[in-house]
Design a protein around this ligand. Structure first.
Ligand code: AMP
Ligand code: MG
Length: 487
């Protein structure tokens, strides 16, 4: 077991130093008996944290925030947010702490952040705590997203606190250690703007430029360039969600990052049977954050970011509005370019296969998938087998065989590349029934199903023997899936 003293770890606090108005110095609750449930050893190594040491007493205490290196300044971050369309001026980290920033082996600055570490001044009515199940859920989902190549916050560890958390029932508590390129959100800008302090807004924008979009500093109008960089990052992100069938579930502006990383895995889920209107979150009764709405919602959230930046973009506010509107209009085109290129790759038609024919096939595909509620992930993966001539498995997903046969025949005539398809169409995603099974078992003290699931979803493109059940849709008995927020 390797050891490294706590003093060898440097946690910087650039956010806290540069943006004191958005930072409340705070401490985690004492945890009497922390117990490691899962540790991400490759990520620990990237961060220069020895896994053996993290598993030991000091390391585990660091991961619940009870022991921090000298000089560290943990803070709760202030932010606002539009939640389901209505503005809350003061949200902030109610149950989270930014421990500080680690500069990783590649020289990148990354936030070390705790979730479930106790009440903060932003807790409002909340208890500041988190239960084992939802924290493991974030761990599994975020690591699966990372393995799929989609920008996301990462999960370093989940540590059980030994404390009970009151939800509908009493549940065991846990702290998640999250790693992110930052926790700057649209909501951070909304908060800074709402203070009415133009200096703060400018400092926040400069901080974001330095940290995420440094090329903007050299642009003629750096703040407009910052906005455009976020538009691009979000367009690319949401296009990738759509391609893999991810439904975030709670795309509030406080859950929309400036970096373009996916953040806050609450009531999210992957599509099973294809349904453009799919909603999994129990509280999303109007379907605001349904699968098909995600690009539109992202654009709406970016409009809220634009509003905050107006004073920085141009001193004449009418000109500023015109400029950000022009930039925001770029969203749709950028989204659709990434989505189309991604879909062509999924169909094995990334090369020169004739644009019109491919477009037609794409247009016809989704109604077919929707009509028979075809499993999204299985469809694309099994289509790879059809590209090799084995059409049986993909046909088996449909009821309307003449329709799918006609589509497959025209598609095959274009010469799809099977091996390329297997590199972009995952076999293993965190399927809802398996996630639930793993969380339930882990909550009851059995880590095996979680270990198995993680093994499958962290290497999603390579089909391996013995992992068949991770590739299969839920049995019919699983029923409609609902996820719960505020967990
Ligand atoms: P979320 O839906 O997780 O993005 O959280 C929205 C807001 O509610 C954030 O300000 C969170 O910090 C806060 N929050 C969520 N759960 C709790 C909790 N159990 N205790 C305190 N604050 C919470
Ligand atoms: Mg949030």
């Amino acid at each position: 077991m390797s050891t490294a003293p706590l003093s060898a770890i440097t946690l910087e606090s650039r956010f806290a130093q540069e943006l004191g108005e958005l930072s409340v110095p705070w401490q985690a609750d004492d945890v009497a008996d922390p117990r490691m449930l899962v540790l991400n050893e490759p990520l620990a190594a990237e961060l220069g944290l020895a896994p053996g040491w993290l598993r030991g007493e000091e390391g585990t205490r660091l991961l619940v925030g009870n022991l921090v290196p000298e000089g560290a300044r943990p803070v709760a971050q202030a932010y606002s947010g539009h939640q389901f369309g209505s503005f809350s001026p003061r949200l902030g980290d109610g149950r989270a702490l930014l421990l500080g920033e680690v500069v990783d082996a590649g020289g990148r600055r990354r936030d070390l952040h705790l979730k479930g570490s106790g009440r903060t001044p932003f807790a409002r009515g909340g208890d500041g705590l988190a239960a084992v199940g939802p924290m493991l859920r974030e761990y599994v989902l975020s690591e699966a997203m990372h393995a799929l190549g989609i920008p996301t916050t990462r999960s370093l560890a989940v540590v059980a606190t030994g404390r009970q958390v009151r939800r509908e029932t009493l549940l065991p508590g846990a702290v998640l250690t999250r790693v992110a390129s930052s926790h700057l959100r649209v909501g951070s800008f909304q908060y800074a703007r709402a203070t009415g302090d133009p200096g703060l807004l400018r400092r926040l924008a400069d901080h974001a430029i330095r940290r995420h979009h440094p090329h903007a500093a050299r642009a003629e109008n750096p703040y407009l360039a910052l906005f455009e960089a976020v538009v691009t990052a979000q367009a690319e992100l949401v296009a990738q969600w759509m391609l893999v069938g991810f439904v975030h579930g709670v795309m509030n502006t406080d859950n929309t990052t400036i970096s373009g990383e996916t953040i806050d895995y609450g009531p999210c889920a992957f599509l099973d049977g294809f349904d453009p209107a799919a909603v999994y979150s129990s509280i999303d009764v109007g379907g605001r954050y349904a699968y098909r709405n995600q690009p539109v919602v992202a654009e709406w959230n970016l409009a809220r970011l634009a509003e905050t930046l107006l004073p920085l973009v141009h001193e004449d506010q009418d000109r500023a509005v015109e400029q950000v509107q022009t930039s925001l209009r770029g969203f749709a085109g950028q989204y659709s370019t990434v989505w189309k290129a991604g879909l062509r790759a999924k169909l094995g038609l990334a090369g020169d296969h004739g644009d019109d024919l491919v477009e037609q096939l794409i247009d016809e595909l989704f109604p077919l998938l929707a009509a028979d509620r075809v499993d999204h992930t299985s469809f694309f993966r099994l289509l790879g087998r059809a590209a090799r001539g084995d059409t049986g498995p993909v046909r088996g997903l449909f009821l309307d065989l003449p329709a799918v046969d006609a589509w497959v025949e025209r598609w095959r005539a274009l010469g799809p590349e099977a091996a390329a398809m297997d590199r972009v169409n995952p076999v293993y995603i965190p399927r809802n029934h398996l996630v639930e099974e793993a969380l339930e078992a882990a909550t009851a003290g059995d880590p095996e199903p979680l270990t198995g699931l993680l093994e499958a979803v962290t290497d999603p493109y390579v089909e391996r023997p013995g992992l068949d059940r991770y590739a299969e849709p839920a049995p019919d008995t699983f029923g409609p899936y609902t996820t719960y927020c505020g967990t």
